[in-house]
Structure formats: C-alpha cells, structure tokens
Write a protein that binds this ligand. Sequence first.
Ligand SMILES: Nc1ncnc2c1ncn2[C@@H]1O[C@H](COP(=O)(O)OP(=O)(O)OP(=O)(O)O)[C@@H](O)[C@H]1O
Ligand SMILES: [Mg+2]
Length: 481
Amino acid sequence: MTLSFQSLGLSDARVEHLAKNGFTEPTAIQEQAIPHLLSGQDVVGQAQTGTGKTAAFSLPILEQLDPSDKTVQALVLTPTRELAIQVSNAISELNDDRRVRILSVYGGASIERQIQRLDRGVQIVVGTPGRVLDLLGRNSLKLDTLKWMVLDEADEMLSMGFIQDVEKILKAAPQEHQTAFFSATMDASIKALIRKFMNDPITVAIEMKTTPKRIEQAVYMVPRGWSKSRALQPILELEDPESAIVFVRTRRAAAELTSQLQAAGHSADEYHGDLNQSQRERLLHRFRQQQVRWIVATDIAARGLDVDHLTHVINYDLPDSVESYVHRIGRTGRAGREGTAISLILPYDRRKLRQIEDRVGQRFDIRSIPTRSQIEARHLEKLQTQVHEVLAGERLASFLPIVAQLSEEYDPHAIAAAALQLAYDRIRPNWAESEAPEEPIPVYSSKPRRNGDRRTPRPRKSFEPPKKKRSSRREPIGDRK
Ligand SMILES: Nc1ncnc2c1ncn2[C@@H]1O[C@H](COP(=O)(O)OP(=O)(O)OP(=O)(O)O)[C@@H](O)[C@H]1O
Ligand SMILES: [Mg+2]
C-alpha cells in the first residue's frame, strides 16, 4: 500500500505544493526515509537510481527549517558541480516559502558572487567539497547554526578522493546536527565511516541488489579486427537513440568519438573535465532542451544527473567499477520511465562483465553487431507504430483528397505502400556508408566458462577490484586525460 505524503508528516501546504509539481505519491525511499528524518534521526538511505532520493532528503529539511532565521541551516554535499546545481534547483522547486533561500556553490564559477549571496542570507547550501572548504576558509560560509548535513552520492563522497575534504567540513559543523547519507550504491567499506560520522543511524535500503527493471540492458561484442567506433555505428543505426549519453574512459576518447559522430552528421557533443564550467553548463542545458541528441561523456556524468527524456545510455568503454555501471545506466529509466543501456565489450572485458552481472543479478546474452536485415526490421516496426499513431490523429484528413485522386488510377494498397516506401527511405541508413554486416558475425569467446553457463546469478555486495595495480582507493569523480 502506498502512503500519502500527508501521512508521512508533511504539512498540508507542502503536500499541495508537491501535487502541483506532479508529486502525488511518495516513492518507496521517500515513504520510508522521510518519517525518520522528520523525527530527528540520522539516516543512511539506499535506493535505486532515479527513485527520488533528492526529495527524500530535501523535504524534511524544508519542512523543519526556520525561514525567519537567515543563517545556513542545511548543507548538502555533492561530488560534481552540475549535481550541486541540479540538486539546488530541485530543492527550489520543492520549496514554496519565499523566505527560504537556496544556493549552489561550486568551483569554476565566480566565488565573489557566491559570497555576496551568502552575505545576504541563505538557509540551504548545496555544494562541492572544494568550494565549500574555500568558502569556510574565507569565513563567508559559517556552519555554527547548521542543523542538517547531507552527503548525496555518499559512497562517492566518502571515497578516498573526497574523504579528507568531507572530514574537514564535518569538523566545522556543530556537534548537534542531523546527518543523512544517500546513494544508489553503498558498499561494505563505508560502514566504518558511517559509524564515525553518524549518530546511531537508521538504514533504509530499498531494492539494492538489482538495477531498475525498466532499464533494458544489452551487451554487444565488438567483432574481431573491428574498432569500437566501427562497431558502434550499426548499433546506433539499429537503436536510433532519441537522446543518449555515450560513456567513454578518457577526455581524449570523448573528443575523438564526438568528432567522428559529428562528421557522420549526428547531433553530438562532448562533455568532460577539459571544458570550462560555463561550457559544461551550456552543453547540459542544450542537452536538457533536446537541442543536442547525444553527449559523449566521461564519468563526470555518471552520478545523479536527472535528464528526463534520456532514452539510452551507451557504455562505449566499460566503467572501472561495478558501482559506476549502476550509476551510469541509471541516467535512464528514471521516475518510472523506460530506458535502454547498451555496453560494447571486447573479449578481455568478460571478467568485468561477469562482475557486473553478479552485481545486477542478471546474465546478459552477448549479442553480435546488428545486421542490415535486423536494422531494416527495426525501422519498419517503428514505422508501423508511427502509422498507428498517425491513424489515430487528425492531420490525416488533409491528405485524403490526394488519396482520392490517386485511387482513380491505383489500388489503395499500392498507394499506402508507396507512401510507406517514401517514409522508410527517409529514415533508413545509407547502406552504401553503413558498416552493418549482411550476415551475423559470430560472437567469439576467448575461453569457455569453467562451470558452464548455467550458474544462477548471485547478487554480490560489492565490486571486487581487479587484483593487480588498483588499490581500494578510488579517484574522485573526475575524468582522465
Ligand atoms: N514522488 C514523486 N513523484 C513523481 N516524481 C518524482 C517523485 N519523486 C521524485 N520524482 C522525480 O524522479 C526523478 C528522479 O529523482 P532523483 O533525481 O531524486 O533520483 P535519485 O534517486 O536521486 O537518483 P540517482 O541515484 O540517479 O541520483 C526526478 O525527475 C524527480 O523529479
Ligand atoms: Mg540523486
């Protein structure tokens, strides 16, 4: 049974405001976390990507903060700048009291302007650790009246790359405050840190062992002797993504693949840490406005981003960690929508793939690169769906006189087929330039699996890092050259 927002302890006015924003029923994490947060407890909240964790931690803060007090009462830390902006926008949308001021603070943007805003009085600050520390150091941000501290993407924030900054920030907060950690992934290694930073926390965990069912996950093997960029082409022809994030490992790979996609006439742009902050924000804005269809990104886009029309996530390169896979694919299939996640693999990726399978509790069947006839069939199927939609619409009537005229000479079936041919020719790939094979290319395997393929998936708690080289330290979300 789903509870209402009201029964969770939120005020009538807030519930009404939520309904206006399309929030009629709480999601599972909201249902379970909000009452604990309202009662003053520390909370560790784990729930799948795209299930409304932002509102789960923001609503109790908005409900209980004192709007007449102009000092900073809540601080939310996020691992990336764009996430700081997005979360502060989300909180602003949930807020209906004009006295409540929310500010995002992050690097790459004018610190003076952020200081001015803080001076004028802000109750909720959302920021990246680096800039928050900078502002604390200048005494522009003061935390002595802080009541709530939230780590969004907590496992990332407590990873080696961020932990020292986070500790310094926590030291600046008063003893008495409420702490909340939220993420879609929390591995066992952060338990000790939770004990260190939290006061008898309650853990609210929802469906942690799997990824959202609404995300269809597909894996393609790059054929022997093919480059990945060549293999990507028939996949894009088959899927024809409305809107996609293509994840690559390095900034350089992002730039290269973007150039290739653009040269082939696609609407694509690159998104990574070599861009300056205003370029990053501008691109994300164009992507949200659907002015760019595909972005080629490093892992700086893996966590938290909420772009509602995103239909596809493509792992051009597999991520380094299983957590990152979960977050990347979670950019699609949000808030009850459907989405598709596609991964391209090479034979040596099989081990990593196995770890991903264990984590998401699913075996993937490895597909070979789409053939021309598969692509053709998919396009015809799509065309048929579109014809159904057009038949249900009204604009159709204006074409009827042409049909009447043509039917003096031709059979109506032939006329319909001719119109379909015209439509199909516009959407089908240009086969002369296509890499799509005529015949399926067999998926090759390096070694047979030792225990055969019959193992049932066993969800695992966390990712086992490969034995060599990598230590348990993880880089902060950033990206590689
Ligand atoms: N109760 C609700 N009713 C309708 N939509 C909701 C509700 N709660 C959240 N949403 C919407 O769901 C989307 C995803 O929410 P959010 O970004 O908070 O997910 P998340 O759990 O933080 O995901 P991630 O792990 O990827 O960060 C947002 O667009 C948000 O507006
Ligand atoms: Mg989130």
